[in-house]
Design a protein. Structure first.
Length: 346
C-alpha cells in the first residue's frame, strides 16, 4: 500500500468512517485468513504467506479490545443463514498447517479464547519434510546475487540463472518444481532440496532442524481440537484438479481419511488450495458432503453469499494495522462495493 493510501486510511479512521462502516456492515460475516508464522526471516521473503508472531498477536488483541465476536466458522455460517449473527462477527481461518501455526498461532488463540478453523493439507503432515516449492523459492531468494547453474544441482537439469533477478528466480523455481514433481517420493525431493542449498552455499541443516518450511506433526495436529482449533479440509496434497473429477475426489477422500486420525470431524468445510477453484466442481463437492468452501476473494459475507464461494480477508505481514482495521470494520468492503472493484477481483 502506498504512503498516500495509508494516510487516506488514517484520515478516514480519524473522521469516524471506520466506525460508520462497522455499523453499516454489522450483519455481514468477516472471515479472516492466515497462513504461517515466521520462525526466521520468512516474513521478508513472502509476507503474504508468513507473518511475524508479534503481528498476529496484535491482530488478536485488536479483535478483543474492539469487541468483535469471534465465532467458529461453522456456527457463524448457521447463524448467518438464520439472520441471528452477532453484530460484526468474525471467524478466523488458517490455511495449510505450518509448524509455526502450532508453535505460535494456537497458543495465542487459546489465550484469548478465540476458536479457529485450520484447513489442513495432510500430505506434509504425514511426510514431515520441508514443503519443496516454498523451501526452494526461499533458497533462491536467500542466495542474493549468486549465479545458479541447475546442472550443478542435478545432472538432469540445465539452465543458468542470475538470482538477483526476480524473473530468473521465478524461472529457476519453475524448473526445480517441475523436476521435483516427477520424483518418486518426498524423501527424494528433500534430497534435491539439500543439494540446491549446498550448491548455493546455504546451510540447510538449520532449516531442517527448526522445521521452518515443514508442517506440524500428526501428534501436534491431534492436540489442536482441544485448544479450540477445528481441523478441516484443504485437500491431501494441496491440489484442486477440477479437470479430473476422479483425482479431485481422491484428494478430498485422502484428506478426510488422514484428518480422521487427528480429530473426530465431521469434515464438511473446505478451503480451496491457493484460492483456485472452478464452479463446475460445485456439484461434486456437494455430493461429497461439503457444506462450505472458502476462497481468497476479498470481502464480507451475507446470507446470499454462495456457501462454496465464501469471501475472506487474507491478512499479511505487508499490511499495516490501519489497513487491517479498514478491512475488519468493513470500510474497504464498502469502498470496493461502491467502486465495483469486488466484482473485478472476483
Amino acid at each position: 500500500m502506498s504512503a498516500l493510501s495509508e494516510l487516506a486510511l488514517i484520515a478516514a479512521r480519524a473522521c469516524g468512517l471506520f466506525w460508520i462502516a462497522r455499523k453499516l456492515t454489522k450483519r455481514r460475516l468477516r472471515i479472516l485468513c492466515y497462513h504461517g508464522i515466521a520462525l526466521g526471516d520468512e516474513a521478508a521473503f513472502q509476507p503474504m504467506l508468513f507473518m511475524e508472531a508479534s503481528t498476529f498477536i496484535a491482530r488478536l488483541e485488536h479483535l478483543a479490545r474492539a469487541g468483535y465476536p469471534v465465532l467458529p466458522l461453522g456456527e457463524a455460517l448457521q447463524r448467518l443463514r438464520r439472520d441471528i449473527l452477532p453484530h460484526a462477527a468474525v471467524a478466523i481461518t488458517i490455511d495449510d498447517g505450518w509448524y509455526g501455526t502450532f508453535l505460535h498461532m494456537a497458543p495465542a488463540l487459546a489465550r484469548h479464547g478465540f476458536p479457529a478453523m485450520l484447513y489442513l493439507s495432510t500430505y506434509y503432515v504425514e511426510r514431515q519434510t520441508q514443503v519443496f516449492n516454498v523451501a526452494a523459492a526461499y533458497a533462491l531468494w536467500k542466495a542474493g546475487s549468486a549465479e545458479l547453474n541447475l546442472c550443478e544441482v542435478d545432472p538432469q537439469l540445465d539452465g543458468s540463472f542470475a538470482l538477483a533477478s526476480a524473473t530468473d528466480r521465478a524461472g529457476a523455481a519453475r524448473r526445480l518444481v517441475a523436476h521435483a514433481d516427477g520424483l518418486e517420493s518426498a524423501e527424494a525431493r528433500q534430497a534435491l532440496l539439500a543439494r540446491l542449498y549446498a550448491t548455493l552455499r546455504l546451510d540447510f541443516e538449520p532449516v531442517r532442524k527448526r522445521r521452518i518450511f515443514a508442517f506440524m506433526s500428526p501428534k501436534e495436529a491431534a492436540s489442536l481440537p482441544a485448544q479450540g482449533v477445528d481441523l478441516q479440509l484443504h485437500t491431501h496434497r494441496h491440489r484442486f484438479p477440477t479437470d479430473d473429477p476422479g483425482a479431485l475426489g481422491e484428494e478430498i477422500t485422502a484428506n478426510r481419511l488422514a484428518l480422521s486420525q487427528y480429530a473426530s470431524g465431521p469434515f464438511r468445510h473446505l478451503c480451496y488450495p491457493s484460492g483456485e477453484y472452478d464452479r463446475r466442481a460445485f456439484a461434486q463437492l456437494e455430493s461429497m458432503g461439503i457444506d462450505s468452501a472458502t476462497t481468497t476473494v476479498p470481502g464480507m459475507n451475507t446470507a446470499a453469499t454462495p456457501a462454496l464461494e465464501l469471501r475472506r480477508f487474507l491478512d499479511s505481514e505487508a499490511y499495516s494495522q490501519v489497513r487491517f482495521e479498514a478491512e475488519i470494520t468493513g470500510f474497504l468492503d464498502v469502498v470496493r462495493r461502491v467502486t465495483g472493484r469486488h466484482l473485478r477481483r472476483a
